[in-house]
Design a protein around this ligand. Structure first.
Ligand SMILES: NC(=O)C1=CN([C@@H]2O[C@H](COP(=O)(O)OP(=O)(O)OC[C@H]3O[C@@H](n4cnc5c(N)ncnc54)[C@H](OP(=O)(O)O)[C@@H]3O)[C@@H](O)[C@H]2O)C=CC1
Ligand SMILES: O=C(O)CCC(=O)C(=O)O
Length: 447
């Protein structure tokens, strides 16, 4: 069947009308990929995109666990196995009260294109639970993770589906999940990535998403003979991605002005230097506190409750918190304040209206599926090291990460350059990601 973008989206809406985030992600891809399909006979009329928007498998399961007060709690767990044309399913697990099928399907769909862009053989998947880790004790986290894995284990494996972290799932959770998988399978295997360094983890994996986001921005700035030296940078979030994006900006000579969490943002006009960032890492990763507590240590900073940081004047913006955290008005404020480059560390943090504003102003804008792909790429490198029973040095992994980000940038240029020389990184990433997966699907027949 041959379809226009509108006809295609109508069909997808009919089946998924109650899933706004998923529809948003599909629409962005369809608008750029369908015009490409129409011009290329090998893809035309084969319903490839329609096959790609339907998960190969969607698993939903009950997770029962007992809290510290002895109460029985019930959560919902999911794993979306979206596409395995180019490799085993790969993608993170999110633990957050907002988690539902729409959010995980958008993340799994994005993951298919992102993993394809990394140049590594990984299909796309995503999973998680509506469990809220905030305020839970370590023992509660452990009991939940063990209960979650006691069902998930039968659906995953090192050659089938390899989960990792995402919002609310970091080193602590990966440890508990791995422990239960190992016990149930009686097998020590690289079934999860983001593991601890002494039990199969890769150096640089914790840093990789944030570093990669900045490496990608560096590549974009290079196209304008520019770099991070002296740049004022606004970062949102204060979790894994935000922390290491901030660290890399500092190493490259930029100034980080903000960090945030779901409570609000802090603005430090003197810059968040290495020492201050160490404090934030301790506050967030060990103490599990709120970003507002930054002011207890650095009272010269400002805290804006309930607000996002996009009103702070900057040259570069790195949204590293969550989906749809930067809307059209925020984009217009950033542009008015002279922002020249936006590199997404989070998945789909910019709304459709925000992206349109960036494109209209022809600034450098990188969608998450390209700019935050360093995390999953380094997970791919962790899988390779596990298979080889070997460990690369920090420098070796970092160099591979830089090369991968540079290759992704090249792919975006190949498919995203407009006639006037402007690079539409959204179109570039979508088409480059699509072509590899579509070719594999065509080669494998209708399955
Ligand atoms: N970890 C990884 O390797 C990768 C992550 N990503 C994406 O990066 C983003 C951040 O992930 P990560 O750093 O790992 O997660 P973390 O859980 O480590 O940190 C998430 C951060 O985002 C904030 N946040 C979460 N939800 C909201 C919200 N609704 N509104 C405002 N702030 C919010 C959190 O604040 P609070 O603590 O208050 O909730 C926290 O500061 C996500 O979009 C994720 O999908 C993409 C590629 C790889
Ligand atoms: O490292 C991984 O497998 C997961 C990364 C991830 O979830 C993402 O890229 O959004």
């Amino acid at each position: 069947m041959k379809q226009s973008v509108d006809e295609f989206l109508e069909l997808v809406k009919k089946r998924n009308g109650h899933e706004p985030e998923f529809l948003q992600a599909v629409e962005e891809v369809a608008e750029t990929v369908i015009p490409y399909i129409v011009k290329h006979d090998i893809y035309y009329g084969k319903n490839i995109l329609l096959r790609m928007v339907e998960p190969e498998r969607l698993i939903s399961f009950r997770v029962c666990w007992v809290d510290d007060d002895g109460e029985i709690q019930v959560n919902r767990g999911y794993r979306i196995q979206m596409n395995s044309a180019i490799g085993p399913y790969k993608g993170g697990l999110r633990f957050h009260p907002s988690v539902n099928a729409s959010i995980l399907k958008f993340l799994a769909f994005e993951q298919v294109f992102k993993n394809s862009l990394t140049t590594l053989p990984m299909g796309g998947g995503k999973g998680g639970s509506d469990f809220d880790p905030k305020g839970k004790s370590d023992n509660e986290i452990m009991r939940f993770c063990h209960a979650f894995m006691s069902e998930l284990f039968r659906h995953i494996g090192p050659n089938t589906d390899i989960p990792a972290g995402d919002i609310g799932v970091g080193a602590r959770e990966i440890g508990f999940l791995f422990g239960m998988y190992k016990k149930l399978n009686n097998e020590f295997t690289g079934v999860l990535t983001g593991k601890g360094m002494s039990w199969g983890g890769s150096l640089i994996r914790p840093e990789a998403t944030g570093y990669g986001t900045v490496y990608f921005a560096q590549k974009m700035l290079e196209t304008k003979n520019d770099d991070f030296e002296g740049k004022k940078v606004v970062v949102s979030g204060s979790g894994n991605v935000a922390q290491y994006a901030a660290e890399k900006v500092l190493q490259l000579g930029g100034t980080v002005l903000t960090l945030s969490d779901s409570g609000g943002y802090i603005y430090d006009s003197e810059g968040i230097d290495e020492e201050k960032l160490k404090f934030v890492m301790h506050l967030k990763n060990e103490k599990r506190g709120r970003i507002s507590e930054y002011l207890d240590k650095y009272p010269n900073a400002e805290y804006q409750e309930g607000k996002t940081p996009w009103g702070v004047k900057c040259d570069v913006a790195l949204p590293c918190a969550t989906q749809n955290e930067l809307d059209k008005d925020d984009a217009e404020t950033l542009l008015k304040n002279g922002c020249v480059c936006v590199s997404e560390g989070a998945n789909m943090p910019s709304t459709k209206g925000a992206i349109a504003a960036f494109h209209k102003a022809k600034i450098l804008f990188a969608p998450g599926k390209a700019s935050n792909a360093g995390g999953v790429a380094t997970s791919g490198l962790e899988m390779t090291q596990n298979s080889l029973r070997y460990k690369w040095t920090r420098e070796e992994v970092d160099n591979k990460l830089k090369d991968i980000m540079s290759d992704i940038h090249k792919s975006c240029l190949e498919y995203g350059k407009d006639e006037d020389g402007y690079v539409d990184y959204v179109r570039g990433a979508n088409i480059a990601g699509f072509v590899k997966v579509a070719d594999a699907m065509l080669a494998q027949g209708i399955v």
